[in-house]
Design a binder for this molecule. Sequence first.
Ligand code: COA
Length: 431
Amino acid sequence: MTDWRKVYKDKIVTAEEAVQSIRSGDRVVVGHACGEPAALVEAMVARAPQLRDVEIVHMVAMGPAKYAQPGMELSFRHNALFVGGSTRKAVEEKRADYTPCFFSEIPRLFRNRILPVNVALIQVTPPDDEGFCSYGVSVDYTKVAAESAYVVIAQMNGFLPRTGGARIHLDAINHIVEADRPVIELAPPAIGDEEKAIGENVASLIPDGATLQLGIGAIPDAVLLFLKDKKDLGIHSEMFSDGVVALAESGVVTNRRKTINTGKFMATFLMGTKKLYDFVDNNPNVELQPVDYINDPVIIGQHENMVSINSALQFDLMGQVNAEMIGSRQFSGIGGQVDFVRGASRSPGGKSIIALPSTAAGGKISRIRCELDRGAAVSTSRNDVHYVVTECGIAELRGKSLQERAKALIAISHPGFRDQLAAEAREKGII
Ligand code: COA
């Protein structure tokens, strides 16, 4: 028996024992998305009657986020770095907060103690022969949170895929909770005709040999459906999901022509089903690295023909993107959109694409408008935007004047809204 094996045994506790380390007033950072250590979060929530003013920081909560439910206000305050389905209502009702920040910046917030971390709740695989655990499906800010926290509590989950790249040694973990549970899954989205039309338009902009970043949801997945005849695509993406696995298996994604990290699927977190988790498990070609590497525009820009594909809720005719608010309601967050838009624009031959349906609310609202909704934030500035794609076509805005971009955007708006948009634009002196 080597030393780490003895140390390991001494660190094993129950979830209930482990969360005794959380004290009132602490800031607790929770592993991201499908990497959420559910057993630890449940045990922490069960301590609600004994805790006061504990701040829970993370991005997408894929679990039920019980700490953000009504009645928990005295014990917990959620500080969301992205708003998802289980935390949206709490943010809207001001029982939780949203902190705007680029995904690539989050490690800096923890490391530089702008948001000092008291406790990190993370999920890891069982150790390898040298005592190193894999972070599984969430390295992103989780690694830096673990390195910055005074106390690191890890749920050790035998179901978690062992991914290459960043890892943590048992020495750096204070308490280990052995809890084997199926990893949280994200079902593939439904892809309708509209998404398919958008996907086909986006795919027409992707050359053979391109390195791709794909956002989350139906549109990126629809794009993948139209890449079957491409050759030697690569992945350098904040995250990827099941759709990429299908393209890897059919030989379309080879990572062979990537300028850096050649041959590797590079990501900072993963979200998908067991199919994805089986694909990445012990796969020597898959590497997860922290988000301040993967999403660093300078790193992204080193790839030739980098193509980033993200989505939005709304555009105005100057090309300003709202990807996160519906009116003054915080619907999601900025995530890595600007990181990749900027990175792709530095890349030789690179393209950044924002793809969205031309309408919302069952066709009643045009997503392309003279002005963004009152109260909505600009997520990506007009100076950064390159290609905008809807089911109606493609607008290339880079280098275009205000009048030219307004006309280009009206041309890809829904035909039912075009005349009205043009009339309004003339009335406001935009064109
Ligand atoms: N006005 C009113 N309602 C609107 C609207 C608008 N302008 N735009 C969208 N909606 C409604 C939709 O109709 C939909 O409602 P429904 O669920 O009742 O049908 C809902 O809001 C969600 O819109 P949708 O476009 O389907 O969202 P999505 O799940 O495809 O996510 C973003 C789109 C923009 C929110 C998402 O891509 C995001 O958060 N992006 C920012 C972060 C990012 O880009 N990260 C990068 C990599 S992951």
